[in-house]
Structure formats: structure tokens, C-alpha cells
Design a protein around this ligand. Sequence first.
Ligand code: F6R
Length: 608
Amino acid sequence: MCGIVGFVGRGPAAAPILDGLKRLEYRGYDSAGIATLERGLLTRRRAVGKLKNLESMLACEPLVGRIGIGHTRWATHGRPNETNAHPHAVDGVAVVHNGIIENHRELREELNRSGARFATETDTEVIAHLVSQQLKKGREPVAAVRAALPRLEGAFALAFLFEGYGDLIIGARKGSPLAVGYGEGEMYLGSDAIALAPLTDTINYLEDGDVTVITRQGIAFFNAKGEQLRRLPAKIAGSTVLVHKGEHRHFMIKEIHEQPRVVGLTLAQYVDAATGTIKMPKDVELEFRDINRVSITACGTAFYAGLIARYWFERYAGLPVEIDVASEFRYRSVPFDPGNLAIFVSQSGETADTLASLEFAKAHGQRALAVVNVASSTMARASQIVLPTLAGPEVGVASTKAFTSQLATLACLAVAAGRARGVLSADDEVALVRALADVPSYMMRALELEPKIRQLARKMARSRDVLFIGRGTNYPLALEGALKLKEITYIHAEGYAAGELKHGPIALIDKDVPVVVIAPGDMMFEKTMSNMHEVIAREGRTILLTDRKGAALASPGAWMTLVLPDMPPLVAPLAFAVPLQLLAYHTALVLGTDVDQPRNLAKSVTVE
Ligand code: F6R
């Protein structure tokens, strides 16, 4: 989290830095700041809250320097106030940081003992002090940064600016992403290529351990020993315009409505509807023949996509699946069989825990396959096989279209695995491909439930707690429905396997706790209905989300029933996700919360 931008050029730096920060606001939005050099001296502007506050401040008090660094923050250490906002400046050194310095307490004590005085509560300020200490020993800026970096434990992407050095930005990376961009007589630095897209399409990514030295005329890369590295810039196909909401009030609702199209695009990449076959890169098919299990690792919503895929790999490919959230997986003593496949699912491709799990799995002889939305991300670059999702830029912090595009990709992968392993026949494949090809139209039908969901949201907004239950793939979907609701409405919500309710959570049920029951008319329907009636018997209010078959079979009693068309079980989670997203969105609208940028969250989680 946190976004970094740097600019050195011929014109004022503040405007392109602010524009780059706007593209990075998804990484954090609790405060922001920019530092430039004016007549050789550091000048800063910092503001609490969203970037528009910094923008207003700059309109009244402009910055004119032609070199600068900027930051949009997601607080880790220290409250989100102006003092703790980056850039931090100590004795002519300014620094912006994305990541966490884990040994900051020890460093702070050590620096205090040697006379340093701290102005902020942040971990980042120790970095400025360490570099300043090196400068005082007579080192030049590059040598000072190189001497300070080995003292830092944890993850960082850093950019430095030095008083008296009007043609120098230094960048460094360990764990957190950082890119540089090339212009004519001006150069740039940013947390990702999207931040730099309006400025340049010529980009280079820092590798872990790299230090980069940026001047108006060029960019050099060095390793930890100070040896110069040869790094060839690459052209990227980036979008140069900020994505807009169009006629929609929020990005989230725009992205919900985009799903039939982007899921269709993603599917078109992996299915050949004419022949009724799945199209996967050749090595993917070979991969599945020789393995005896797959692991799936991800965080948050992407993890729930993985949980749904587990049911598919087991059912359609007879393949055992080991699945965990990345923050646990990376620290477990997993007994790996060398040569197996490890799947990583991520929208951003930058999530710190998922990336660390990827490296962990590779170090244990696993082949890494990434299902990612950002094709230029660190995760895509670190994986042996990449299956892009074509959701397009997802701006709303709550993941919607990325989730269903991940499901589309994973469903195709599971069918490909089933064919490669001989579990599915050619006829089975044709039937499943036909089902997949119909997903966009099922999603359109699901969107038609919006007026009814708007009414339901008015009632839902009065609740303090909401439960979501389901069986089979509807269990992870229940987890996802609860996550969507809690993250944008701040209503407490939990997802449970429907059969688990009676093992504890049923104690929560009373007339004030709505329970969303996700139950298409599949082979688990009757069992889930029994669980629904256990809730009704305890005065619980149930919202039944089902298909036509389920609606016809269900005995009365539900508070409200939302009905989708009948569809094959493989594709049901993709369409059933839509009403859950709409329910969270419309409930948030009633409550007036910040839908696209909910409190305390950020879109790309690049810290542990
Ligand atoms: C929830 C949400 C998060 C992300 C999670 C992983 O709506 O968006 O739970 O799914 O932070 O992020 P990625 O997919 O970028 O690895």
C-alpha cells in the first residue's frame, strides 16, 4: 500500500506528481504529500485525507520546483495526520516509503541515543535519519543511501530527494514494487507503470535489492554491492487516461455492471465456443498430466475465488487441492512434492503475502501459475505460467469484476485439467464449454434483480449483524457476500457453511439478524433448505437467493426470495456473485458510506 511518484524534468514537478498520485490513490488515501527543491531547498506540502485536499492546498500554495517526490499514504505506523504524512524530511534529506520497516523501534532507539530528534510516529522517519547520519559522515547521497539500506529489515520501495542536488532522485526496492520511466530530458519513478502512463510508455522495473539513480539525462541501476547493472527498458501498453465512472455514481457499480462484458472477454480468451473446447497454453495441459495435487494461495476475495476453484478441481479433474490464505501459507511447514503446480490468484499481482508465498513455493520446487489482472505486475513477472484475467482496471476498492473474471479463468483451468487427466470426456468438455459461453447472459439476468435488491437494501441497512450461508461452492460465495457487505457498509457480517450453523453461530439468530441463504436448486438444495428453516424456526429473517428450480421447490417462509435463471452448477457462482455485490452496494448507498474508498482499506496490499 501507499503510492510513490518521482519526477525530474524541465517544468514544475508538482502537477505530474499529483497526476501520478491520483492513479495510485487506490493504494491508500489517508494523507498525501509532495516535496520539491526550490532554489536548492526542500519545500513540502502535505495534507490529511484524500488527494483532493492536497490538490486544494497546492492551488493556494503552489510548488514550483522541477524535481520532486510524492506519496499517497495508507498508515501502518502512526496516525493519519499531517505530521505523519510523507515525504519525511531530516536535515535536507526527503524520503517517501511504501512498506514496513520491521526493526524501526531498535533503529529509533539507537538514533535517539546518538542525538537524533524524531518529529513523527512513523517507521519511515528512521530511514531519513539513517541517510542523514551517513551524509554527515561525508558520504555523497548515493553512497549514503547504500550504506543505510542494509540496516533496514522489512519491505520497502523508497524514493529520496536531497537538498542541494537539483538533478538527483534515488530509488530503492526490497519487497515492494517500484518502476522507473524514461522521457526526453525528464525521468520518472512510480509504484507502478499505470502511475507513469501519461508520461511515458518506456518503463523499467526495479528488482529486489536494486538501487536506481535518476537524473534528467538517464537512469542507472546498481546492486547492493554498488556494481552497475544492465537493465533494458521495455515498452508497455498502458492506458494513458484515468479511468472514469461514466454515467455511474461510483466505480463499484460501474464495475459490477461491466461484468457480463469483461467476463465474456476473459472467457473468450480461454474457450473456443465453435469447437466446444478449452484453449489453454500448451504447457498448462502438460502440467496437469504429471501432477498429483495443486496448491492455491491468495488473499481476501481472490482467496474465495480459489476456494470455489477447489470444488471444481476436485469435481471436474479429480485433483486434490491444498488451499490457504497467503499470510498463513508462507509461514507453514508445507510438505511439498517437487514438480507440483502452485496457483496464485490476485487482481493487483502485488499483494505482499501472495508474492511471498509464490517465492516460497518456487523455492520448494513448485511450478508457479498466476491468475492475475495486472499483466505487468510483479506476480506475473515472477511466475512460470501466467493466465491473465481481462477485467480491465478495477478502481473500486471492493473487488467485483476481478473476482468473477478470476472465477471464469479458474473454471476454464479446472475443465482443462479434467480433460488433460482423462476425468472429463470430450462430450463433457463440450457441455461445460457451452455452460461457460452462457455466463455473460446469466450475469445480465442477475443484474436485472437490481430494483428488488435496492428495496431489500433499505431493510438491510437497519441491521447490525448479517449472516450468509451456503453449501458447496455457495459456502465460499457466502464468505464473499459477507466480506463485500462488511467492507463497504461496516455492518458486521459473517459467512458460514450452512451445515455449520448449528455448531455455534445459530445462537446469534433472532428477529434482528437477517440470514442470506444462497441455495440454487442443486443436489444440496434440500439440505440447505433444512438449515434455512432452522433459522426461520428461531424467528430469523431469511433472504433466499436461488434459481427458478429452487424457487419452485422451496417451502414458504423466506422474508424475501431473489430468483435467477436455472444454470449448470459449474457457472452458478459467477452469476450468484452479482446479487451479493449489488446488495452490499445498495446497502452502502442507504448508509452513505464511502463506497469506492471505504475506511481503513487500500486496493493493493503491499505490506504483510
Ligand atoms: C475485497 C478485496 C480484497 C482483495 C485482497 C487481495 O473486496 O478486494 O480482499 O481481494 O486484498 O488482493 P489482490 O487480488 O490484489 O491480491
